[in-house]
Design a protein around this ligand. Sequence first.
Ligand SMILES: Nc1nc2c(c(=O)[nH]1)N[C@H]1C(S)=C(S)[C@@H](COP(=O)(O)O)O[C@H]1N2
Ligand SMILES: [Mo]
Length: 436
Amino acid sequence: MLNHQSWSKVGEHMLGEPVAGGGLLDRRVFLAGGALLASAATLRDATAGSDSIGDDAPASMTRPGKVFQGYGVPAVPEKSIQRTVLQPYGELAPGAGVAMTPLGALEGTITPNGLHFERSHNGRPTIDPDAHRFLIHGLVKRPLKFTLESLLRYPMVTRTCFIECSGNSFFNSNLFPEPMQVPVGMIHGLVSGAEWTGVPLNILLEEAGLDPKGKWILAEGADSAGMSRSIPIEKALDDAIVALYQNGERLRAEQGYPMRLLLPGFEGNMSVKWLRRIKVTTGPTYTKDETSKYSDLMPDGTARLFTFTMGVKSTITRPATGVAMSGPGLYEISGLAWSGHGSIIRVEVSADGGKSWADAALGDPVLPMALTRFRIPWRWDGGPTILQSRATDDGGNTQLRREVWSAQYADGQLYHCNAIQTWGIGRNGEVSNVYI
Ligand SMILES: Nc1nc2c(c(=O)[nH]1)N[C@H]1C(S)=C(S)[C@@H](COP(=O)(O)O)O[C@H]1N2
Ligand SMILES: [Mo]
């Protein structure tokens, strides 16, 4: 469970002694148990150990339970855990918007299919899987048309990775000069993690026979937005997948049923859903989706096109906005880190507004271009505290302070925001979104 980083740092201090300002403790505190955990004692039930069989048996033991169901749903008390839906154009275009993952309510690194974020430009189309066709054409020797059934006969690969919309975290970007007080899922919930299974695109392109002049592809969806993006051929031949399964079951309609392109580490927009066509081209097509959106506003007034790889990023998800504290004492800080450039090698946490940092433990397995869970114990003294996390990937990329990130762009820049997120903890235990 512990990464080498956190192990190599121990030894200079006693367990239970802070390893950085603001009460951050060594990861091993939870392993030590006993007296060191005394402040977590409120978590224990004083009546533990009393007889559970007899008159005080819980009601659930006195009658048979509910019967089986064909497809499982969350336990009844958990039904309030929902995606947050934003429809910026209202009734004009109700299918244009987002449904954001409630990151503050989730743990681990795999997003349940029903809570995977959805970003759709004009609603999710209803597609008959038997009638759907996927075409490869353009600069190829043999144009090919696939049915779903024919694709299911090709060799498949399974890959765990994140999808992140490049508009994610716009509440931490230059679009909002003042911090918005919304739950963590509304700030960073345009990222989700899943295990995808499908056919490597390079197998299909090889079968079609690439013309050496083919340097880019155009991928187009079968939705009414006609969502389409240009992708360099290197990526198409490297790790691109035509995904058919999501966390073991067929794709959800929201995620592109019956098939989608999956480009690990690239901005989510390029993973075209409801995939109907790939055209091999000599250069980028400059579609509306890559010129009017997803470009970066630079300070000199120009817009930078084609920022494909999602930068290294992290956020603490517990505690976080919408996830309040319940009094001073021992807590485990938990969060997510990811990078489109590769694997997360380090996440540092600060509980004193960035003056000092301590290494968090990284949860196994740490996979490239996948969500990585980090954790660190923390003794909250009940006073105002400023929490931050800072991730580094194996390409040596590290997150920047919000101010430094912002200065790279013009006002109004909202895409590709991977600045450090800051949470302020108030005396009442409430968490706020803070800019420092
Ligand atoms: N055909 C089509 N593909 C699409 C979109 C779309 O609206 N139509 N949205 C894109 C955007 S902007 C993102 S961020 C990802 C989101 O994938 P998800 O909805 O499965 O999370 O899909 C991309 N693929
Ligand atoms: Mo997106």
